[in-house]
Design a protein around this ligand. Structure first.
Ligand SMILES: CC(=O)CC(=O)SCCNC(=O)CCNC(=O)[C@H](O)C(C)(C)COP(=O)(O)OP(=O)(O)OC[C@H]1O[C@@H](n2cnc3c(N)ncnc32)[C@H](O)[C@@H]1OP(=O)(O)O
Ligand SMILES: NC(=O)C1=CN([C@@H]2O[C@H](COP(=O)(O)OP(=O)(O)OC[C@H]3O[C@@H](n4cnc5c(N)ncnc54)[C@H](OP(=O)(O)O)[C@@H]3O)[C@@H](O)[C@H]2O)C=CC1
Length: 284
């Protein structure tokens, strides 16, 4: 299938990044969210990222204008009626995602592929909310999207081979590297990454070391670009908690139980960098 027009749902940190890389690769993009202020914030992030590329001499002002002109904004899901591919990057919540996919199934043309950027939820269950499970697939980008090379591609139980091939090829046109994985809670990336982050939070909770010391150990000792607590703030503590809950519920194994400190921070609204406070504080 020839994809020309893409709708990205959710203009948060992931959705804005996905819209940016799609527009940079020449696709027409509709960026959709629930409120104008979220769209403004998303377009603001994209503009800032592209301006940095201009300053570094990697793209020209004219190219930046062209890229931005490929992105239109949407507050109405009916706009899915004109796209070849939807990439959903709304919040990590099964109820919200299945509701969105059921609506998209009604609105989007029959051939449109419905992809989700979920970081842990079962693709097969999201697909079952539609009458086109063969056209539903996981397309898991990494944060920050413009920088990170990986896209995990997840087949649901019913995903058609030709849909997989289309998404694999499209991922390469975004200058990313697709890696195929099967539909298990957390896939590969978050099944391995998130228990490490959760363990780092337990290490802090049990008073083994300060947050700075924990991050320093993993940065200097294991050559990680960010310490696990800084990375948790960067991902979003709400997203980290949702992922741990998916692993815990999906495997039924207590080794995945979310640290109570993580729950407490999320309940307090300390969601990390995006809310200005998590394990660390951030200027907004
Ligand atoms: C939760 C999930 O489901 C899956 C996930 O995404 S898990 C998270 C995966 N991501 C990670 O693990 C990120 C770990 N961190 C890193 O790799 C690095 O710290 C980082 C790339 C974010 C920043 O790198 P750094 O060297 O410390 O900073 P810096 O020198 O400022 O930036 C390096 C480059 O990234 C760019 N960059 C940094 N942050 C960026 C952002 N938020 N958006 C866009 N570009 C960004 C910079 O512009 C710079 O670009 P150039 O090299 O082209 O000049
Ligand atoms: N953060 C990360 O590192 C990664 C996250 N992901 C996944 O990407 C998805 C988005 O995460 P992220 O960008 O971090 O989250 P954010 O909280 O930054 O953004 C989510 C955006 O989606 C909007 N939204 C929520 N519900 C709906 C809806 N029903 N319709 C349209 N828009 C909606 C939100 O609005 P509002 O602000 O009102 O909630 C917000 O603007 C999640 O599934 C997450 O698991 C995948 C890889 C990495």
């Amino acid at each position: 299938m020839n994809v020309k027009k893409v709708m990205v749902i959710g203009a948060g940190q992931m959705g804005s990044g996905i819209a940016q890389v799609c527009a940079m690769a020449g696709y027409d993009v509709i960026l959709h969210d629930m409120k104008q202020e979220f769209l403004d914030r998303g377009i603001g992030i994209i503009t800032k990222n592209l301006s940095r590329q201009v300053e570094k001499g990697r793209i020209t002002e004219v190219e930046m204008t062209t890229i931005l002109s490929r992105i239109s904004q949407s507050l109405d899901l009916q706009n899915a009626s004109s796209v070849d591919l939807v990439i959903e990057a709304a919040v990590e919540n099964m109820e919200i995602k299945t509701k969105l996919f059921a609506q998209l199934d009604e609105i989007a043309p029959q051939d449109t592929i419905l992809a989700t950027n979920t970081s842990s939820l079962p693709i097969t269950e999201i697909a079952a909310a539609t009458k086109r499970p063969e056209k539903v697939i996981g397309m898991h980008f990494m944060n920050p999207v413009p920088v990170m090379k990986l896209v995990e591609i997840i087949r649901g139980l019913a995903t058609a081979d030709e849909v997989y091939q289309t998404i694999e090829e499209l991922t390469k046109t975004l200058n990313k590297v697709p890696v195929e994985v099967n539909d298990f809670p957390g896939f590969v990336s978050n099944r391995i990454l998130m228990p490490m982050i959760n363990e780092a939070i337990y290490t802090l909770y049990e008073g083994v070391a300060t947050k700075e010391a924990i991050d320093e150990v993993m940065k200097l000792g294991m050559n990680h670009p960010m310490g696990p607590l800084t990375l948790a703030d960067f991902i979003g503590l709400d997203t980290c908690l949702y992922i741990m809950e998916t692993l815990h519920e999906g495997f039924g194994d207590d080794k995945y139980r979310p640290c109570p400190l993580l729950r407490k921070y999320v309940k307090a609204g300390w969601l990390g960098k995006k809310s200005g406070r998590g394990f660390y504080t951030y200027e907004r």
